[in-house]
Design a protein around this ligand. Structure first.
Ligand code: ATP
Length: 954
């Protein structure tokens, strides 16, 4: 006959328990009020800006500049300070996706919790105050823990997103530089270029083929061409061609605008005074777990109902008593802490990735990273250093080399190893003048250090000019630029138009050699000019590229002095080729190491570059790509149909002269082959491929804002090695999520089995009371399980193949492990409880032994859970995670308090234990450590295919 004294507390104690949640609720409410006030206070510090009534679009450019008191060279520092004081920072107030109250209430929106609340209400109606206190206590404490942890996770993500705050170019005091978009003030001059996100409202002053995607503001999906002419006052926003608004994107061309409104005074600020924060704290795995939670709840409810019926019919208990027993079972079986632990694990992973320069923009990418099987990476700057140096110059009759290194212009020009006098070679000087003029970058000297402001390749060309005795400042003064066709990856060249003071005019063009060769009919040589010898130039290009050099061709065309505009027709044929330049850009040593690690991790790295095929192959060999002998060019790619390409992409690792559209095709074919693909990109046209890839990766430094917006992840340092780190962290986060599940579920399983077993076997006393179960669940979730969220990457994490994206969360191995450990926990706890009862100790004493045994089991099992299949009985396994040791330390103190402190003894019905009892507890509990290690060894043996965690530590 069962004595269902499973709620063995006095009424006073029950009131205490019922009051505790109320007090906690009051504290939580107070905190909420404070928190809301504090965040409201923060939100107030938002800027206002300029006078809205001015019809800027109807004024001429000169009038606009006059009204804004902006000099042609941009604002000066003192004025900028003054305006920043007057108008505040250029940003919109951040909107919280949910208020704190909504977020707190959302903690209760969970099927598991509904069941507990339902049970709590029935128990209250039955006037079992103690039991009601227990249940509502569980619910409330769980909500508070969830609320705090989720808050921390959201804060962490917000901080990471702030790392992605937009930047903008600005012209101040005659100098072009990049600043944080927040620092813009009305009157600032903003140079615009392809890929920029406009960060304030601008009146356009100059344009060169400037097109802007305004869909964010007007809904119009086609880009709008901009010009500078004033519009009528009543022109509607969408038709104001001379204005560009905050939040829109430059899809093509260049331009210059002056800021007329910032912050909340912009059109964007007017429409939505708040930036909606649509980041959600969920991933496919978390959704799967939530789904599993619903399934589990149904199972628990069925089990509880069966228990209820069993007690009623077989054991002849009253309905009320059996209902309470069923509720006890539910409290034990439901893994209340799991969702919060998973969220915090995810947030810790994202933070750790940010620490390794991989900034996650969309959370599901964290998980996808762990399944990536192919990484398609750009070459320049990602696999290579993007520190270019001109090493070779080839003219029609000679090949010269340049000495010196980096951007330091000290060095000279050599011919066959002997110093060469460039001042005597007018053809060489013309070539160098062309690359100095057809150039948008600046060299910056800081003491002994030289760096480049702008494209590193163009910086290297300025250095070559200096080595040849040309001073860029003088050359650009003598040959001012009248117009340009900016470089774009699609057309692979840049052209500029210059007029000398002597009345001459020239177009200079530099770009990919095939492209330039196609534009030329002549070549510069000793006779002045002769017919272009294509074959010999081809051979020269091939030779330079095979040596791993990036080749650039330079050409010139004289034009009538009155021509002041440059169009594509001007450079189509009839140019004179001046020569070639060969630049070196050494591979990043860390990229070479990362490629090796990726290979060990079963990830194929493919290099996709705009460069020449031979250059690409030579660099691929230096990087040690799996197949660096073959290269597929963009041209060849176009001739292949999808089926053939599908088969080729499997084998080929080097793709050269590839344009952004080709990238999209490559990703699609790789995905068709079943690969999970990560793809890097930086330009506007890379956006479709980035969106299509499973993980789109944008470059943080040289990437355009458009690419960043399309990407799932942004690399703060543009470095390939950071992608490999992110994959490692992605695999680790997934492992840690699995480890939390594998740790928490057997705890609940063990507790449920203990209660179920006691009822079914007709025990007089339950080994653990529901209050004690509550204690164990809450205390171990916030200590032990949380420690798993901090697990460092396993040593073998990059020596196993990528996880199969379609693999379900709960594999047979998982289910088996959960059952196995639950049974060990149940058997051990039950045995010791019975042993103690056999010694005829007080029931409280035996229960205290049971609670401590259960907790001690969990402490030992935590070590097992650190590695899913790898052995932990080694130095790394036992002391490799200090959080585990700290958590155990805290938990031991809590257990001692539970066992020996008077008030705790009253509240939890515990009793002080003697040393011999502790010895028995530790002995029994330690068994799980060894049993699970034996089980892992058996599984490892039977496991022929590697699984997560299956790689032996070397
Ligand atoms: P990767 O894709 O590996 O990063 P990339 O981005 O440098 O390479 P593109 O920028 O598309 O590739 O450049 C393709 C080719 O265009 C280069 O090989 C070079 O010959 C030429 N090129 C690159 N930058 C310029 C420039 N600023 N002016 C003129 N030509 C250029």
């Amino acid at each position: 006959m069962i004595d269902l004294a499973i709620w063995p507390m006095s009424l006073e104690t029950g009131w205490l328990l019922a009051l505790a949640p109320a007090a906690a609720l009051a504290i939580a409410a107070a905190w909420l009020v404070w928190h809301r006030r504090a965040s409201r206070g923060r939100g107030d510090a938002v800027a206002a800006t300029d006078d809205r009534s001015t019809p800027w679009h109807s004024l001429s450019a000169t009038e606009v500049l006059e009204r804004l008191a902006t000099p042609e060279t941009g604002l000066e520092q003192a004025e900028i300070e003054r305006r920043r004081g007057a108008y505040g920072p250029n940003r919109l107030p951040e909107a919280k996706a949910r208020s704190s109250l909504a977020r707190f209430l959302a903690q209760f929106h969970n099927v598991l919790i509904y069941v507990l609340i339902g049970a709590g209400i029935v128990v209250t109606l039955l006037q079992h105050w103690v039991d009601a206190g227990v249940i509502f206590g569980v619910v409330l404490i769980n909500a508070i823990i969830g609320f705090i942890q989720e808050g921390k996770a959201e804060d962490a993500l917000r901080a990471i997103r702030r790392m992605l705050s937009p930047h903008t170019l600005v012209l101040r005091n005659g100098v072009r530089r990049e600043i944080s978009a927040e620092d813009l003030v009305p009157g600032d001059l903003v140079p615009l270029q392809t890929g920029d996100r406009i960060s304030a409202d601008l009146r356009i002053l100059r344009t060169k083929g400037l097109q802007v995607d305004e869909s964010a503001l007007t809904g119009e999906s086609l880009p709008v061409e901009k010009d500078t002419a004033p519009c009528p006052v009543n022109t509607v926003l969408a038709d104001r061609r001379n204005m560009s608004y905050s939040g829109t994107l430059v899809t093509r061309g260049q331009g210059l605008g002056v800021v007329i409104a910032t912050g909340t005074m912009t059109e964007l600020g007017r429409i939505s005074a708040l930036v909606a924060d649509v980041h959600q704290l969920t991933t496919p795995l978390l959704r799967q777990v939530a789904q599993f939670g619903r399934w589990l709840t149904a199972a628990i409810l069925t089990l509880a109902a069966l228990t209820f019926v069993f007690g009623l019919l077989v054991r002849g208990q009253t309905a009320a008593d059996m209902f309470l027993a069923a509720v006890g079972l539910a409290v034990a079986a439901i893994p209340e802490g799991l969702p919060a632990i998973m969220t915090i694990t995810l947030a810790i992973g994202v933070r750790r990735m940010a620490g390794r320069n991989a900034i996650i923009r969309r959370l599901p990418a964290v998980e996808t990273l762990g399944t990536v099987g192919v990484i398609c990476s750009d070459k320049t700057g990602t696999l290579t250093r993007n520190e270019m140096t001109v090493e070779t110059i080839a003219t029609a009759e000679q090949r010269l080399t340049l000495s010196g290194s980096g951007y330091d212009p000290h060095g000279g020009i050599l011919r066959e190893g002997i110093d060469y006098r460039p001042e005597r070679d007018s053809r060489l000087r013309e070539l160098l003048r062309a690359v100095v003029l057809c150039n948008d970058s600046d060299l910056i000297q800081d003491g002994e250090d030289w760096s480049v402001n702008g494209d590193p390749m163009e910086g290297a060309l300025l250095v070559a000019g200096l080595k040849g005795g040309l001073d860029p400042a003088i050359v650009t003064r003598d040959w001012p630029r009248t117009d340009l066709i900016p470089f774009e990856s699609e057309h692979q060249f840049m052209a500029t138009l210059h007029h000398s003071h002597a009345g001459e005019a020239f177009v200079y063009v530099k770009g990919a050699p095939e492209r330039i060769l196609a534009m030329c009919a002549h070549q510069r040589d000793t006779t002045g000019e002769s017919e272009l010898d294509r074959a010999s130039w081809q051979a020269r290009i091939e030779a330079l590229a095979a040596a791993g050099q990036r080749v650039l061709a330079v050409a010139v065309k004289p034009v009538p002095a009155e021509q002041v505009e440059l169009s594509f027709a001007d450079v189509d044929g009839d140019l004179t080729l001046l020569g070639l330049l060969g630049l070196i850009d050494p591979p990043r040593p860390e990229a070479v190491a990362a490629i090796r690690r990726c290979r060990a991790a079963g990830i194929r790295v493919k290099m996709i570059t705009g460069d020449h095929a031979s250059t690409a192959r030579a660099i691929a060999a230096q990087l040690d790509l799996a197949n660096h002998r073959e290269a597929l060019t963009g041209g060849e790619l176009e001739t292949l149909d999808d089926e053939v390409l599908c088969e080729r992409v499997e084998r080929i690792d080097v793709y050269a002269r590839v344009s952004p559209e080709h990238k999209l095709r490559l990703v699609s074919r790789l995905q068709e082959r079943g690969h999970v693909v990560a793809m890097t990109g930086d330009g506007v046209n890379d956006a479709p491929a980035l969106k299509r890839a499973d993980v789109g990766i944008a470059m943080g430094n040289k990437g355009t804002e458009v690419a960043k917006e399309a990407a799932e992840m942004v690399l703060a340092d543009d470095n390939f090695a950071s992608i490999a780190h992110a994959v490692e962290e992605g695999r680790t986060v997934y492992d840690n999520l699995m480890k939390s599940i594998l740790f928490i579920l057997p705890t609940n399983g063990g507790e449920a089995l203990i209660i179920l077993g006691a009822i079914l076997l007709g025990f007089a006393e339950l080994p653990i009371t529901p209050v004690q179960i509550l204690w164990v669940n809450m205390i171990t979730a916030v200590t032990l399980a949380l420690a798993l969220a901090f697990e460092p990457p396993e040593r073998g994490v990059m020596r196993r193949p990528p996880r199969n994206a379609r693999q379900p969360v709960l594999t047979p191995l998982f289910l088996w492990r959960i059952l196995f450990v639950s049974l060990i926990l149940m058997a051990g706890t039950f045995s010791l409880f019975l042993w103690e009862l056999g010694r005829e100790v007080h029931l409280d004493y035996a229960r205290t032994v049971a609670v401590n045994t259960l907790v001690a089991f969990e402490i030992f099992y935590l070590f097992n859970a650190r590695y899913i299949l790898d052995p932990v009985l080694n130095r790394e396994g036992l002391i490799g995670n200090r959080y585990v040791l700290i958590a155990i330390g805290v938990l031991v103190l809590m257990q001692l308090a539970l066992t020996y402190l008077g008030p705790m003894q009253t509240l939890f019905q515990t009793a002080a234990l003697d040393a011999a009892t502790w010895g028995r507890i530790v002995l029994v509990a330690a068994s799980v450590l060894f049993l699970v290690e034996i089980e892992k060894a058996v599984v490892r043996r039977w496991c022929t295919r590697p699984r997560p965690g299956s790689v032996e530590h070397g």
